[in-house]
Design a protein around this ligand. Structure first.
Ligand code: FES
Length: 145
């Protein structure tokens, strides 16, 4: 069996939503404690509906980080912020038909970057949020990863 699924290879070779959003409503930057790789995620949010209308990412990370971030952006685009917050790295990995066990930690970057961008959006708009998100400052020890 191939080490990486077709979906992982597809998202690695043709990543979706790569780039920056100059007028982003929220920006999250996180680092992977295991390897030192970094990820920046930008979100645009409709203030009326709280729907994420656009999302982009940049990463200084490995192929698995690129593939999981690409998939994560597809999974949260068009979703309300509250729903995007529920996104787990596990769900992203499942959507990619799996990752090798030793690369699972790479998928954490995507989940944390999404959460950090939403947190920044909440901060900028003085929207209150719970303890769980407050503790998540780019080095999320509370997410169970
Ligand atoms: Fe660093 Fe994959 S090895 S994110």
């Amino acid at each position: 069996m191939a080490l990486y699924s077709d979906k992982v290879m597809d998202h690695f070779q043709h990543p979706r939503n790569v780039g920056k959003l100059p007028d982003a409503d929220g920006v999250g930057e996180v680092g992977n404690a295991k390897c030192g790789d970094i990820m920046r995620m930008y979100i645009q949010v409709d203030p009326e509906t709280q729907v994420i209308t656009d999302v982009k990412f940049n990463t200084f990370g490995c192929g698995s980080a690129i593939a999981t971030s690409s998939m994560a952006t597809e999974m949260i685009k068009g979703k309300p912020v509250s729903e995007a917050l529920q996104l787990t790295n596990r769900a992203v990995v499942e959507a990619l038909d799996g990752l090798p066990a030793h690369k699972l930690h790479c998928s954490v970057l995507a989940e944390e970057a999404v959460r950090a961008a939403i947190r920044d959006y909440y901060d900028r708009n003085s929207i209150p949020y719970g303890e769980e998100l407050r503790a998540c400052e780019g080095h999320c020890d509370t997410c169970g990863h």
